[in-house]
Design a protein around this ligand. Structure first.
Ligand code: NAP
Length: 418
């Protein structure tokens, strides 16, 4: 790989870059991992996560491996050095070092900025937004049987109504498109309507479903569900589903069986080691997650459906403070909590660092350091079980003792090996 030249950043003197060799990550024992602290509560939760990650790596590999953190500036703190919120150095660093950790970034309202997060995903082509949703025993849940929730959601992140192709009701563009629709196709749209386009391509749908199927197969998961609204939007949502089945048939025929095959040809029995591919209408899946929770495992879906279902699913297992996520491309990956920068809590040592800590565990898993990732998940579970938790959980757990961000991360570290 070519050396990287930054505008302001200086390449760390120790550690090495992760490389992609023959389609796999080659990870040195001291990988350089860029990180963005982010805005608001970002610096507090990122620092807490880094400490937990470092302790877990140390505990798992006895000093043989360690992460060399490489600070990048984005958001408010980048403005001073670079005069902009998202400098080129950030894109260069993530592209060069492959994997990065991120805190939440505030998108200033009313200053003409696009969301910084959407920009990062689109510029780096991080097309799969991956959200594991599982219950940590002791975390308050509205479900009677929250232990049945163990989902990983793959949300397509580059297309759909998020592509930003829309025009206001009173624009010239809308007028032109309305005239075109009327003249060419005889379609009348109600006067005074705003218009938006929902592009869904074969390319983007197939690569997203391919990632979800590979993940399910590699991790021994039971099923992948294609979530869509194809009964109403046949050529976008319906096509997403069809392309999903096509990928499975052409590229995963040894690993996957469809639900229909299981029912009609295999007497209801799933062959050992096979992943079942099924599909559900989006509205139905929302209710089935509540009523038949354990029938769902990996979910692959379009951008808007994925946005809704992942926050709803996070709500089943304790909410934003405990929900991590990742933005993954072919190889580049950026790990972050689902929550935002919660500015009212900035600097108070109050918020829950669990989501950022678990994003750190996802990062470790992504680079193949599963032992350290498992220690972190175990440490979080034990810390929560001891009922010494941050305010967001403490207010819903009987007999809990409220601790701060730092103190909670210390509890996780104390429990890494216990
Ligand atoms: P938010 O920052 O996620 O906060 C909303 C509420 O969620 C908080 O008031 C708090 O609820 C709870 N919460 C969030 N993080 C928590 C944590 N770590 N521990 C405990 N509770 C937590 O959402 P927002 O206020 O709508 O957005 C603020 C800014 O963040 C906006 O500029 C938005 O653009 C940005 N944002 C960034 C990202 C990202 O970087 N990926 C994602 C979403 C939003 P209670 O007050 O009820 O306790």
């Amino acid at each position: 790989m070519n050396p990287v030249t930054f505008d302001i950043l200086r390449t760390p003197e120790e550690g090495g870059a992760i490389r992609v060799v023959k389609g796999a990550l080659l990870v040195p024992d001291g990988p350089i991992i860029p990180y963005i602290e982010g805005d608001g509560i970002g610096p507090e939760v990122v620092l807490a996560a880094q400490k937990v990650v470092d302790s877990a790596v140390d505990a798992a590999y006895g000093g043989k491996r360690r992460i060399v953190w490489f600070k990048m500036k984005a958001g408010k703190e980048a403005r001073e050095d670079y005069g902009k919120l998202l400098p080129e150095d950030v894109f260069k660093a993530i592209e060069h070092y492959v994997v990065a950790l991120k805190g939440p970034l505030t998108t200033p309202i009313g200053e003409g900025y696009r969301s910084l997060n959407v920009t990062l995903r689109q510029r780096l082509d991080l097309y799969a937004n991956v959200r594991p949703i599982f219950w940590i025993p002791g975390v308050p849940s509205p479900l009677k049987e929250p232990w049945k929730v163990d989902l990983t959601i793959f949300r397509e992140a580059t297309e759909d109504v998020y592509a930003g192709i829309e025009w206001s009701h009173d624009s010239q563009e809308t007028r032109k498109i309305m005239n075109f629709l009327s003249d060419e196709f005889g379609i009348r749209v109600r006067e005074g309507s705003g218009l938006g386009l929902k592009p869904i391509s074969e390319f983007a749908s197939k690569r997203l479903v391919r990632k979800a199927l590979s993940y399910a197969f590699e991790r021994g998961r039971k099923s992948v569900t294609l979530m869509h609204k194809g009964n109403i939007m046949k050529f976008t949502e319906g096509a997403f589903m069809q392309w999903g089945y096509e990928v499975a048939a052409t590229e995963f025929s040894d690993e996957v069986v469809t639900e229909r095959e299981v029912q009609e040809e295999l007497d209801g029995k799933v062959p050992e080691g096979k992943v079942v591919l099924k599909d559900r209408l989006a509205d139905n899946l929302f209710q089935q997650l509540l009523t038949r929770t354990d029938e769902y495992d990996v979910i692959a879906t379009t951008n808007l459906n994925g946005d809704y279902i992942s926050d709803a699913a996070a709500g089943l297992v304790g909410g934003l403070g405990v929900a991590p996520g990742a933005n993954i491309g072919d190889y580049n990956a950026l790990f972050e909590p689902i929550h935002g920068s919660a500015p009212k809590y900035e600097g108070l040592n109050k918020v829950n660092p669990t989501a950022e800590i678990l994003a750190g565990a996802m990062l470790l898993e992504y680079i193949g350091w599963d032992e350290a990732a498992n220690l972190i998940r175990g440490g979080v579970k034990k810390a929560v079980k001891a009922k010494e938790v941050t305010y967001d959980l403490a207010r819903r757990i009987d007999g809990a003792h409220t601790v701060g961000t730092r103190e909670f991360s210390h509890k996780v570290i104390e429990n890494l090996e216990a």
